[in-house]
Write a protein that binds this ligand. Sequence first.
Ligand code: HEC
Length: 119
Amino acid sequence: MYPVFQKFNTALFVLFLGVGSCESAEEKTSQQEMAANNVPSSAGKPDGMTLFRQHCVICHGSDGNLGLNGAKHLSESVLPLEERINIITNGKNLMTPFRSQLNPEEIQAVAAYTLTLKK
Ligand code: HEC
């Protein structure tokens, strides 16, 4: 009886180790991904258009006028750059804040890109 129990225990322990190492591997990849996402594209300067396609088109559409979730038509927005940076950083109503996803430089770049959508 006892050896069987011991074997069972070892198996559990191995399983536990396996799960543990799997988890930390996953954590590492997602950290690496996050780091990769934070690396500004193309020689230091974050690319506003790329960031917009990655983070904003789901609600605003590629031309800024999709209007999902009540998103404002960006081609009609009259907000100055500073206000856009503020909304992108802190969110507004149904728009999610981006301060934990984008660094200030990236927010500035994507805000500047939205200005180019203006008609
Ligand atoms: C979850 C959907 C969603 C996502 C994702 C999203 N937005 Fe918005 N956005 C909204 C909504 C909704 C509003 C309107 C907020 C309000 O005034 O009630 C808005 C408003 C704005 C405004 C202000 C327009 C104005 O004239 O009032 C700007 C600028 C803007 N978004 C830019 C962005 C940028 C840049 C991104 C990507 C980094 C982004 N949004 C991602 C939903 C979203």
